[in-house]
Ligand binder design. Structure first.
Ligand code: DX5
Ligand code: ZN
Length: 229
């Protein structure tokens, strides 16, 4: 398993994003997770391509852009040219998922598909070998600081089993309520890319918080999966 930590800037101080990202990077961030919300798919509004373009200039790790928007196809090019390195779209609002994944790939980016907590794992059946990663939401998207939904742990196991059956190498990312209490459980279940917002940026020392979470995650990799790539 290849553990990667993806701090979500949703919980950061937006007036000092450069400093916040630098602290997360010093703490071992592998990606910076950018939550894009449109006030339609989710009941909140955040940021768009101009902010991604600015972040790109100050970030040394790939930008992991999570689109919580209806009609994501309309905005993929804008986020790709702004500097996104990974783009994920929700299956709930993407009727032509293969086409959308190809569209993301056409810009040379990694493509992820996201499942809301109520969305069945079986939705992945036909695109398991197309996506580069699957993002399992462990809260209902829209806000940071929510409580981890315990059922997400068995959902990660079910997603891993489905991907393995399909012969897919896609990594599992998990997002929502990931902190020092939940991170070990989700890694043990098969999650490799760990998004954490408030656990890092609401801490008095985001650098130390990121370092601690990543160390905990690495220690939680099951022995049987240690060599798995
Ligand atoms: C929720 C977002 C998450 C959020 C996670 O809709 O997709 O990325 O920022 O925040 P925490 O880690 O605070 O749950
Ligand atoms: Zn997110």
């Amino acid at each position: 398993m290849n553990i990667r930590l993806a701090p979500s800037i949703l919980a950061a101080n937006f007036a000092a994003l450069g400093d916040e990202i630098a602290a997360a990077e010093r703490g071992g961030a592998d990606f910076i997770h950018v939550d894009v919300m449109d006030g339609h798919f989710v009941p909140n509004i955040t940021i768009g391509p101009p902010v991604v373009r600015s972040l790109k200039k100050v970030t040394h790790v790939p930008l992991d852009v999570h689109l919580m928007i209806t009609e994501p196809d309309r905005y993929i090019e804008a986020f790709a040219t702004a500097g996104a390195d990974l783009i994920s779209v929700h299956v709930e609002v993407t009727p032509h998922l293969n086409r959308t994944i190809s569209h993301i790939h056409s810009f040379g980016l990694k493509a992820g598909v996201v499942l809301n907590p109520a969305t069945p794992v079986g939705t992945l059946e036909e695109i398991a070998t197309d996506a580069d990663y699957v993002l399992v939401m462990s809260v209902n998207p829209g806000f940071g600081g929510q409580t981890f939904i315990p059922r997400s742990e068995s959902k990660v196991r079910a997603v891993r089993a489905l991907l393995d059956r399909a012969g897919s190498q896609a990594a599992i990312e998990i997002d929502g309520g990931i902190d020092r209490d939940t991170i070990s459980r989700v890694v043990a279940a098969g999650a490799e890319i760990l998004v954490a917002g408030s656990a890092i940026f609401h801490s008095p020392d985001p650098e130390a918080a990121a370092r601690e979470l990543k160390a905990l995650a690495r220690r939680s990799v099951p022995a049987a999966w240690a060599d798995r790539t």
